[in-house]
Design a binder for this molecule. Structure first.
Ligand SMILES: Cc1cc2nc3c(=O)[nH]c(=O)nc-3n(C[C@H](O)[C@H](O)[C@H](O)COP(=O)(O)OP(=O)(O)OC[C@H]3O[C@@H](n4cnc5c(N)ncnc54)[C@H](O)[C@@H]3O)c2cc1C
Length: 438
């Protein structure tokens, strides 16, 4: 019997468990740990609450979770509650699937001002992540500046633009629904260092900005390159740029029917956030493209900003004893191998890029490597104690472990508390989750 510990119950963790089951069949036992009492990582706390069909992928993970040889071990933070060395003593292989939960810093003056947040915090707030549920962003001002031109920036802009019934069918948490519905923000500025051909926005998500009840996207025609130049773009990006052209062609009197403007500000980079305790403005420098790179022109401008959200990427949280690549912000690894018996997958391996499905080949690939390492003898003789050993350790440490069965009780309680038309009202603190499990 071989024992595998997977740390993190997001997509990368569950795809790894599924691959291990397929590869080893009854000869493996897999424990999936998570620091939260609830599974599925960013499917629950990252993917936008109004994108329920995407969240539906967790049903596939549930099939894996319910099989005999896979176990969910929730409410256990690896690195604090138990160490990597302790897990390595108990399991043949330890796979880190801890994602990239920390916001990357902008690295400019003023980013500690009040009402400036990274997207992990802001998205966590509207999605009910216990760490960020108390964020309480002030939405009483006129202008929000969203830094970044990717899909996360689009999610954030869309959430800031929606009101009341536009959230029907979503699982946005109650505190965020109330705050966003009462929000006074009427101008949302998306800042990008480069131009329309360099956006990282997919057409489906970008197209949604054109379908909002109270908001309209604004693109300046002057920022768009000649249409003939779109021919060189890959098809997805070409569609996105075509949407920007549509937005730019919308007559002003039509756009003005919507109270909220979502403005695309291309070719500007933030230089500083300014304000007296709380953010009031973003100082930006205009840029031009040189061989695909944004280069500052020296022309500086001040944009008013009552709220700033930076959507510029994430970093993995280091774990004591695990080699870390500071520059890349993820575990130091050679295609998923960190040290003998210690591996990584998903965002903890590659950094924060790709879709949910991109994590699947990672999971299957790492199981191939574990199988090869077992075959070569480098993972020992198969005499580790696995889950029995962990249960003894958890009892000794007094850990309050949450099982998959407990999670199903939490899930039931969340469904029972849902607003009409919503799939669930999430618990936003760990104690409440554990009470529901009991
Ligand atoms: C805002 C946002 C929106 C997105 N929207 C989409 C979308 O619409 N469609 C799409 O395809 N992709 C989307 N993605 C991307 C997708 O969510 C990621 O590709 C995917 O979640 C990465 O999977 P992962 O398993 O590596 O990490 P995660 O999903 O982050 O899972 C990591 C897990 O590890 C746990 N963990 C972390 N540290 C520890 C520890 N020390 N001990 C125990 N457990 C720990 C965490 O609690 C978490 O459950 C979005 C991402 C973001 C940030």
């Amino acid at each position: 019997m071989r024992h595998i510990a997977i740390i993190g119950s997001g997509p990368a963790g569950y795809y790894t468990a599924e691959a291990a089951q397929k590869h080893f069949g009854d000869d493996v036992r897999v424990d999936i740990f998570d620091r939260l009492p609830v599974p599925y990582g960013l499917i629950r706390t990252g993917v936008a609450p109004d994108h329920q069909s995407i969240k539906g992928v967790s049903r596939r993970y549930e099939k894996t979770a319910l099989s005999q040889n896979v176990r969910f071990v929730g409410n256990v933070a690896v690195g604090t509650d138990v160490s990597i060395a302790q897990l390595q003593d108990l399991y043949d292989a330890v796979v880190l699937a801890t994602g990239a939960p920390q916001d990357r810093d902008l690295g400019i003056p003023g980013e500690d001002l009040a009402n400036c947040f990274g997207s992990a915090a802001f998205v966590g707030w509207y999605n009910g992540h216990p760490q960020f549920a108390g964020l309480a962003p002030d939405l009483s001002g006129n202008t929000a500046v969203v830094i970044g031109m990717g899909n996360v920036a689009l999610d954030v802009a869309r959430m800031l633009a929606k009101k009341g019934s536009e959230f029907d069918g979503s699982d946005i948490v109650g505190h965020a629904l109330d705050a966003l519905s009462a929000s006074k923000i009427e101008r949302i500025v998306l800042l990008g260092r480069r131009g329309p051909h360099q956006i990282m926005m997919t057409p489906k998500e970008l197209g949604e900005l054109g379908q909002l009840d109270h908001a309209a996207p604004h693109v300046d025609k002057g920022d768009l390159p000649d249409e003939a130049e779109d021919a060189i773009l890959e098809p997805g990006l070409r569609k996105s740029v075509a949407l920007l052209r549509e937005f730019a062609a919308t007559p002003e009197h039509i756009r003005a029917e919507k109270r909220i403007a979502i403005e695309f500000a291309f070719f500007v980079q933030p230089r500083a956030l300014m304000g007296d305790g709380k953010v009031e403005a973003v100082e930006v420098e205009h840029t031009r493209l040189e061989r695909g790179r944004a280069v500052g022109t020296g022309e500086v401008e001040r944009l008013p900003a009552d709220l700033v959200i930076s959507c510029i990427g994430y970093r993995t949280a280091p774990i004591p004893g695990v080699p870390f690549d500071e520059r890349q912000g993820r575990f130091a690894n050679d295609d998923g191998r960190i040290l003998p018996g210690l591996y990584c997958v998903g965002w903890a391996k590659r950094g924060p890029s790709g879709t949910i499905g991109t994590n699947k080949p990672d999971g299957f690939g790492i199981v191939e490597k574990i199988a090869a390492d077992i075959a070569s003898g480098s993972l020992g003789r198969g005499d580790k104690t696995g889950r029995d050993g962990f249960d003894a350790l958890a009892a000794e440490k007094g850990l309050d472990v949450v099982t998959f069965r407990d999670w199903k009780k939490i899930e039931e309680a969340e469904a029972a508390a849902a607003r009409e038309g919503s799939p669930r009202e999430k618990f936003i603190d760990i104690e409440a989750m554990i009470r529901a499990a009991d």
